[in-house]
Design a protein around this ligand. Structure first.
Ligand SMILES: Cc1cc2nc3c(=O)[nH]c(=O)nc-3n(C[C@H](O)[C@H](O)[C@H](O)COP(=O)(O)OP(=O)(O)OC[C@H]3O[C@@H](n4cnc5c(N)ncnc54)[C@H](O)[C@@H]3O)c2cc1C
Length: 440
């Protein structure tokens, strides 16, 4: 880092939390801060869209960190943070052999590691996705596979991809002409995505029923005591019968030397992201000991930490603590379901809608990151819309951007009509009768 007198901020991790933080800090603190970003990966990868790739419904976009760093005015160092000397304010990294970097403020945003929960199941990660699902979808197409199970293991911090994969697999099988394929999700949750509130859970149940996906809630999948490679469902110790089993991975903490962590290696922080018992160190995102690991929350944690760091740098700001608001966009295989829930309280049943509930309409809702990426992708003319009052991710579309809301409504109506036609054909193929005729 240079010898200038600016407040030196070191951000470890070029993912959602790391990028949200550098964008926020540049906005809040301008040239008061001199920022360095350390990342072992050359790219920022938009992982949530990886679920769409095997079904040709989208892709996980990549952005070169060196381009973002140049644009935001951040020095980029290629390497990984391995150790922190808190009292000495030194971060040890793997760049150029070991390279020690001094800082005034350090933000640890290194994410979590993925660990398989069951060796006998296929563990789904964005990296393995094409390989894994290529084979599964081929087997479905050729009629070899009729029963597919998706498992949400106990302790999984973000269950939504399991439902997306199940829904898209069910619709894909149907599209291939196999109406007899059984897709089941096994989950310890009380209700599918119950953390979004009763409203979202009901909407999701409707989507699952329409696609013919079964869900067993309140069940724990475990290794069977007897012969190897078998899984059982608790309570009841029933065998899990399926020809293909796909499980979400468990998240494991980064376990960084020098930082206080919980027993699973996640960094301990307060509500401003300040790391316990250490001066000048903050942490945000999947790396911290917060039970839900989600991109939108990672961005909110990064915003809270950025405000606290800006204040430490001398900016006149009253740092606000992290106050979790869950925003989830689920790919249903026939469109999308948008869910919002104020996890900090007062949310009632939460909100679910076929239309976008925030702007820009992206899977990860970050106050700075979403508009930045939308502008980079050129997907929406975000910069052309007059910026209304308030925070971008908190927009009321109807009130603030009525033309965008209207366009989304029209698209959604077209989607609803085609969903209803699909559902009708599907029910007819199964010999089911409907009490209500589907919408035209
Ligand atoms: C399949 C899938 C679907 C998802 N769907 C959604 C969704 O729909 N909506 C949503 O909001 N969230 C979703 N998430 C969750 C979301 O992707 C994560 O919560 C989010 O990426 C966490 O951000 P982060 O910055 O903490 O970690 P990451 O985004 O994982 O970034 C961590 C960064 O740190 C770097 N790094 C790692 N180790 C080190 C080190 N030692 N030193 C320096 N850098 C390091 C990595 O290279 C990476 O760039 C999904 C996740 C997955 C896997």
């Amino acid at each position: 880092m240079t010898g200038s007198s600016a407040f030196r901020v070191l951000v470890a991790g070029g993912g959602v939390a790391g990028l949200e933080a550098v964008l926020a800090l540049r906005d809040l603190a301008g040239d008061r801060v001199e920022m360095t970003l350390v990342s072992p990966d050359p790219d920022f990868v938009y992982r949530p869209m990886a679920v769409a790739e095997p079904f040709a419904r989208g892709h996980a976009a990549r952005h070169r960190l060196c381009d973002i760093a140049r644009e935001v005015g951040v020095e980029l160092v290629r390497g990984a943070l391995t150790e922190v000397d808190g009292p000495g304010r030194i971060a040890v990294t793997t760049a150029d052999g070991p390279l020690s970097l001094s800082y005034d403020a350090l933000l640890v945003a290194v994410g979590a590691r993925s660990e398989p929960a069951y060796p006998q199941a296929l563990t789904w990660t964005p990296q393995r996705d094409p390989e894994l699902f290529g084979g599964l979808l081929r087997d479905l197409d050729e009629g070899y596979v009729k029963r597919v199970a998706f498992i949400v293991p106990p302790g999984v911090a973000w269950a939504l991809p399991a439902y997306e994969l199940a829904l898209m697999t069910a619709w894909q099988a149907w599209g291939m002409g196999h109406a007899d394929v059984e897709v089941t999700v096994y989950t310890p949750e009380d209700a599918p995505l119950g953390l979004f509130g009763a409203g979202a859970a009901a909407a999701l149940r409707h989507d699952l029923e329409e696609a013919g996906v079964h869900v067993e809630t309140g069940v724990y999948v475990a290794d069977a005591p007897g012969p190897p490679n078998r899984l059982v469902l608790h309570p009841g110790e029933r065998p899990l019968e399926a020809q293909r089993i796909v499980a979400l991975p468990r998240a494991a903490g980064p376990n960084l030397a020098g930082l206080p962590a919980d027993p699973r290696g996640f960094v301990l922080t307060d509500r401003h992201g300040k790391v316990a018992d250490l001066e000048g160190i903050w942490a945000a995102g999947d790396a911290i000991a917060f039970p839900i690991k989600q991109g939108g929350l990672a961005a909110q944690q990064a915003d809270a930490a950025a405000e606290a760091i800006a204040a430490a740098a001398g900016v006149d700001i009253e740092p606000r603590p992290f106050r979790p608001v869950l925003r989830g966009m689920m790919l249903t295989g026939r469109g999308s379901q948008w869910m919002r829930y104020d996890a900090a309280g007062g949310a009632g049943e939460g909100t679910a809608s076929r239309r976008a509930l925030w702007w820009p309409p992206t899977k990860i809702a970050g106050r700075y990151l979403s508009p930045y990426l939308a502008a980079l992708d050129g997907t929406q003319a975000v910069d052309e819309a007059a910026r209304p009052d308030g925070e971008p991710v908190e927009l009321d579309l109807e009130r603030d951007l009525p033309s965008a809301a209207d366009a989304l409504r029209q698209a959604s109506l077209r989607g609803e009509a085609s969903r209803a036609r699909f559902a009708q054909r599907r029910a007819a193929a199964r010999g089911e009768t409907r009490t209500q005729p589907p919408a035209p």
